[in-house]
Ligand binder design. Structure first.
Ligand code: MG
Length: 281
């Protein structure tokens, strides 16, 4: 099921996107489910029945603005070098353990929001990624249980200022400029969505730049959730971003980086298309 956070101008709410209609979950008795409830198959089945029976108020998806599923994550933990094809384009050996870094939670942007190209930064790049949103708190999560801790999956564009990223020797600044973490358009949970076998694509002005499948993962979602929870507690609303496939702008010859006016579409099969335009600061 595709869950969405959205607004029609007032207080944001949660809904289910089904057949171009948004079914309002806030209208259910007890209100919209929490992230931990979204991860619960029995809760999802009850919601599915409500949607199919048409008991929730619904409106056209075109009449609402979609929002990032998690506006203020507790933390955004990202895997670098996690696709075989992305390691190859850098002539890097696949890492033996996940290579992790963080993005500032205040970098989150909504679907349709601008990616602001900062003044003084030359090399703004795109990275389409599948992101797991954590639904339950956990530490030392065994790999076999890891997916029970995931509320759902969304698209995250790990926008990166390469000059800042490489100049600093630390990724934090280059990955954390405001608007450098667009997320959405939906949060997919259940319905047989396979996080480790989804097509992943990124287009700039309609031209395909990245095209892969999460089968190329070096470490799958369970590996990452288990590994990260082994050194830091994961909490509801934390985001684990799984890395990007080959085709990023900086490693193209010559490099093809983002410029104001560019239209970026990051798409993951089953999750949807996350669209953001680049604007100058
Ligand atoms: Mg990345």
């Amino acid at each position: 099921m595709q869950f969405v956070r959205y607004t029609t101008g007032g207080t944001p709410g949660w809904g289910v996107l089904d057949d171009d209609q948004i079914h309002a979950l806030d209208a259910r008795p007890g209100g919209a489910p929490s992230l931990s409830e979204l991860g619960d198959g029995a809760v999802r089945s009850a919601i599915r029945r409500d949607v199919d029976n048409g008991v929730l108020p619904a409106e056209d998806a075109s009449a609402v603005s979609l929002l990032a599923p998690v506006p203020t994550p507790g933390k955004i933990v990202c895997a670098g070098l996690n696709y075989h094809d992305h390691a190859e384009e850098q002539n890097e050996e696949p890492p033996e353990k996940p290579m992790l870094f963080t993005k500032s939670p205040s970098a989150v942007a909504n679907p349709g929001d601008a990616i602001v190209h900062p003044e003084g930064v030359e090399q703004v790049d795109y990275e389409v990624e599948l992101a797991a949103v954590i639904g339950r708190a956990g530490a030392d999560i065994p790999k076999a249980d890891a997916e029970e801790y995931v509320a759902g999956y969304t698209v995250l564009n790990d926008v990166s200022a390469r000059d800042a990223q490489f100049d600093d020797g630390q990724f934090f600044r280059g990955k954390s400029y405001d608007t450098f973490a667009p997320m959405g358009p939906t949060l997919v949970a259940g319905d047989g969505f396979d996080a480790n076998a989804a097509d992943v694509e990124l287009r700039v002005n309609g031209t395909v730049k990245q095209s892969s499948n999460t089968e190329e993962f070096i470490f799958d979602v369970a590996d990452l959730v288990s590994y990260i929870s082994g050194f830091t507690t994961l909490r509801p609303g934390d985001v684990v971003s799984t890395g990007t496939p080959g085709g990023v702008g900086i490693f193209r010859d010559p490099p093809e980086l983002l410029e104001p006016g560019d239209e970026v579409e990051a798409e993951i099969e089953g999750v949807g298309v996350l669209e953001n335009d680049v604007v100058a600061e």
